[in-house]
Design a protein around this ligand. Structure first.
Ligand code: NAD
Length: 340
């Protein structure tokens, strides 16, 4: 039976990088039945919403989506498509691996981090109000249920992906109740994995300094929403920036895989965008679908093609167009398969 996947090409450079990613993923030989649905600017113009209900229905039906970036409509009255997707599908875990790549300029050569961010609460619950005309208040929500759920996700990810350690990141020395509850929840879950996965915790400011100075000491990090948002971009910056940063939003019934970067409208239609982040998001999707060997082949193919330096996207200092780079990676995937 083929895997059924919803494909949302998205806006701007989205359709071009999605075409490149599909070429690469199909080259693995894994049978995928793609259902392409549109979200974004064209739907906003045609249907009055960038995220028609039919897109959500398709993801609910297939359970898995590969998504290009979507331009956030300017003006009042529209919620971000990404926030709506996360809430409507309860995509509670945001997964952001950050791994150094030969040929991609970065501060270090040996970074291999996985950032697991709680996606549903904290200061991002959106509960804020004015207290009179000159003061505003935002409410930070941390629950035991959501904290234990994200901690369990991080430990399960570590077990299934051969990782050795989970570090919980918090500010429990100051926010003793909210971040204290997050830390306590992580400790509770960690006890279930004792002897299999190491556990430690770090205060978030110290964690940022350590990541900049000694990133090789860390493995899987688990964080509440706000710190996770910031630290995952810090980690992407350590390994070469957003052009190569894949991501996933995962829930119990659905998962959406997407690059971290936006729709880069100035490059739309020019065949110059780098499809690496979406291709690597596709590799995360293959792993989620249980296609571990194919996922590894895609990641290796991307790394080899970039390291060789002959077909390198422009933002990484080369001259290859989106299509040419996708074709080179797909060709490498096919060759690796023929050899094994
Ligand atoms: P952006 O990521 O689109 O662009 C930032 C810079 O990086 C630009 O110089 C851009 O040209 C470059 N860039 C980004 N991706 C690239 C790629 N794959 N190859 C080569 N260069 C690349 O961020 P932005 O300009 O702030 O946002 C543009 C639009 O995208 C906005 O409407 C924003 O709301 C939206 N956005 C969407 C998502 C998403 O759907 N997940 C994420 C971020 C931004």
């Amino acid at each position: 039976m083929p895997h059924r996947v919803t494909l949302i090409p998205g806006d701007g450079i989205g359709p071009e990088i999605a075409a490149a990613a599909v070429t690469v993923l199909d080259a693995t030989g894994v049978a995928i039945e793609w259902t392409t649905v549109d979200a974004g600017e064209a739907q906003l113009a045609a249907q009055g919403t960038p995220l028609p209900e039919s897109v959500l229905d398709s993801i609910r039906d297939t359970g898995v989506a590969l998504k290009g970036p979507i331009t956030t409509p300017i003006g009042e009255g529209f919620r971000s498509v990404n926030v709506t997707l996360r809430q409507a599908l309860d995509l509670y875990a945001n997964l952001r691996p950050a791994r150094s790549m030969a040929g991609v300029e970065g501060r270090y050569t040996d970074v291999d981090l996985v950032i697991v961010r709680e996606n549903t609460e904290d200061l991002y619950a959106g509960i804020e109000h004015m207290v009179g005309p000159d003061a505003a208040e935002s409410i930070k929500i941390i629950t035991r249920a959501a904290s234990e759920r994200i901690a369990r996700f991080a430990f399960d990810y570590a077990v299934h992906n051969g990782r050795r350690k989970v570090t919980a990141v918090h500010k429990a020395n100051i926010m003793k109740l909210s971040d204290g509850l997050f830390l306590e929840s992580c400790r509770t879950v960690a006890a279930d994995y004792a002897g299999r996965i190491e556990f430690e915790d770090r205060i978030v400011d110290n964690m940022c300094m350590q990541l900049v100075q000694k990133p090789e000491l860390y493995d899987v990090l688990v964080l509440p929403n706000l710190y996770g948002d910031i630290v995952s971009d810090l980690a992407a910056g350590l390994v070469g920036g957003l052009g190569v940063a894949p991501g996933a939003n995962i829930g119990t019934r659905a998962a959406v895989f997407e690059p971290v970067h936006g729709s880069a409208p100035k490059y739309a239609g020019l065949d110059v965008a780098n499809p690496t982040a979406l291709i690597l998001s596709g590799a995360l999707m293959l792993r989620h679908l249980g296609e571990t060997a194919a996922a590894g082949r895609v990641e290796e193919a991307v790394r080899e093609v970039i390291a060789e330096g002959r077909t390198v996207p422009r933002d990484l200092g080369g001259e290859a167009g989106t299509r040419a780079f996708g074709a080179a990676v797909a060709g490498r995937v096919t060759r690796v398969m023929a050899a094994t």
